[in-house]
Design a protein around this ligand. Structure first.
Ligand SMILES: Cc1ncc(COP(=O)(O)O)c(C=O)c1O
Length: 428
């Protein structure tokens, strides 16, 4: 193992983070190679800088005029040269500031500086690289985003252990706790929470969030080390008063020495920038100080450098500029309100319906989606029949049909749902 990796492992010794590292996580480090030497040269090499693998002319990066003209609001150096491996520092700092503002429960809890990755999927995958080995267990609710299977099961050969998400229309935190205990292996287990949830569109109420927190705490007190990953893809789209309007990361960041909290979030949905591919990974845990989070950041940079190398600088520059722009927060409020009004409309339609009564929806209060629970196989039959009348929905393995009402204008929602009800009634 490299000297640097050994030193990082030593820094993390006797912490939950050190204990939870995967075999790959233990080996990972950010080499003092080309990137580090180029960074050093960018400060000192003021005569000739012949380090990075880029091409310059009279000190400016070579760039086609077509590209330059398309992006004429920015200097080429802001977007065409490589971004630093962990991302643009001002963006990382601003994102952390935003996380703290949006999550007051964090208080003064120490966190790492977010590392930029190309979207949340990459965040989850890189986090899994750091902490999950083949045959480890990860706990999820039984209603979860399908890509978790591809990442955890297919790519990482990790076992997915599920608990029944809802019991009496509330989050089943007792089931969560028991599944964590049953899934602990070699003294460790991983929990992945995603709120607002895909596919149900549900987020915990304040009391449910407390219950989840206490359930995990009780497991931690049984001397089980737990990595809690919060996938906050749809963060902020909370439509009801009683919802816990923060990330669960805020609850876990300083809770117990056996818990490591990882926050995976990004501009994808939170800032309506799906294709720009800007996501972040942030760590925190009770007892972890800067020396520990620096070691984790360094290992993560090794993971980044060895997989996608760095994220798009253009995308990061666009997000940074938009976060700092005058219009940003007003427009975001406007967009969020569009989503909230659609949510209220869907709730009203479902409440007042006189057709489609056999379709039962899971609880939903946030995010982009709502999800109908169906008999096994009926969801796919319904999806295909809906396609015949020009309506696209998603049928899931969990015998349910997901409707992304976030995609449909408010004045079209009545028509969409009356068609879904009509087709469902005809098929029954
Ligand atoms: C729960 C959840 N996490 C992550 C993602 C993906 O985010 P990204 O597009 O940034 O990889 C999605 C998108 O569909 C999602 O539903």
């Amino acid at each position: 193992m490299s000297e640097i990796a050994l030193k990082l492992n030593k820094d993390l010794e006797n912490t939950q983070a050190g204990f939870l590292l995967s075999q790959l996580g233990k080996r990972l480090f950010f080499p003092r190679g080309i990137v580090a030497q180029a960074a050093e040269a960018s400060e000192k090499a003021n005569v000739y800088n012949a380090t990075a693998g880029m091409a310059f002319d009279s000190g400016n990066p070579l760039i086609s005029s077509a590209m330059r003209n398309m992006i004429n609001g920015m200097e080429p150096d802001e977007y065409i040269t490589y971004a630093p491996t962990p991302g643009l520092k001002p963006l990382r700092e601003l994102w952390l500031e935003e996380i703290k503002k949006k999550n007051p429960t964090l208080g003064n809890a120490h966190t790492s500086l977010p590392i930029v990755v190309p979207g949340l999927t990459s965040g989850i995958s890189n986090c899994a690289d750091l902490f999950l080995d083949k045959d480890d267990n990860i706990v999820l609710p039984d209603l979860y985003w399908g890509n978790y299977s591809l990442i955890m099961n297919v790519r990482k050969e990790v076992n997915i252990k599920t608990f029944t998400f809802f019991k009496d229309n509330r989050i089943n935190s007792e089931g969560l706790k028991q599944t964590l205990i049953d899934s602990a292996k070699n003294g460790k287990v991983t929990l992945l929470l995603n709120f607002p949830n895909n596919p149900t569109g549900y987020s915990p109420t304040i009391s449910e969030a407390e219950e989840i927190k206490n359930a995990v705490l009780e497991v931690a007190k049984q001397n089980i080390k737990i990595l809690v990953i919060s996938d906050d893809a749809y963060f902020g789209l909370f439509y009801e008063e009683d919802i816990f309007k923060e990330s669960m990361f805020a609850h876990f960041a300083n809770l117990h020495e056996n818990i490591l909290a990882a926050k995976i979030d990004g501009a994808t949905k939170e800032d309506y920038s799906w294709g720009l591919r800007v996501g972040f990974i942030t760590f925190a845990g009770r007892g972890l100080t800067k020396i520990h989070t620096d070691a984790l950041e360094n290992k993560l940079m090794g993971s980044v450098r060895s997989s996608f190398s760095s994220s798009s600088k253009l995308s990061q520059a666009l997000i940074l500029r938009s976060l700092k722009s005058d219009s940003y927060s007003d427009e975001k409020i406007k967009f969020d309100e569009i989503m909230r009004l659609r949510y209220l409309k869907v709730k009203e339609i479902l409440e007042k319906r006189t057709t489609g009564l056999a379709l039962k929806e899971y609880p939903f209060n946030s995010g982009y989606f709502m999800n109908f629970k169906t008999e096994p196989g009926f969801n796919e039959k319904l999806r295909l029949a809906l396609l015949e009348v020009g309506i696209g929905t998603i049928s899931l393995d969990t015998s349910s049909l997901r409707v992304a009402y976030s995609c449909i204008d408010i004045d079209k929602l009545e028509d969409l749902y009356s068609n879904i009800f009509k087709v469902a009634d005809t098929l029954q």
